[in-house]
Write a protein that binds this ligand. Structure first.
Ligand SMILES: [Zn+2]
Length: 79
């Protein structure tokens, strides 16, 4: 069962509450019995969004060097 973090709307007490995943995001403050709402913690990993997208997907980056076989012109200096 996941543990959710709540913050009381009245006294701003923060507490954790085990709840089912599909439970309503409402809990009662253990201190003042006020309505507390679920605090969604963002994932601590922050992507600063630079160079993360790899759009430069070059498949077979090696340029195909077309081997142009120059036909042998048969330069024969026949004396
Ligand atoms: Zn409270």
């Amino acid at each position: 069962m996941p543990i959710y973090e709540y913050e009381c709307g009245l006294c701003h007490l923060q507490f954790e509450r085990k709840q089912r995943f599909d439970a309503e995001p409402v809990a009662l403050c253990p201190k003042c019995q006020g309505k507390a709402r679920r605090v969604l913690r963002s994932v601590p990993v922050i992507f600063k969004g630079s160079g993360f997208y790899i759009t430069d997907n070059r498949k077979g980056g090696a340029v195909e060097k077309a081997e142009k076989k120059t036909p042998d012109k048969g330069k024969r200096e026949e004396k």
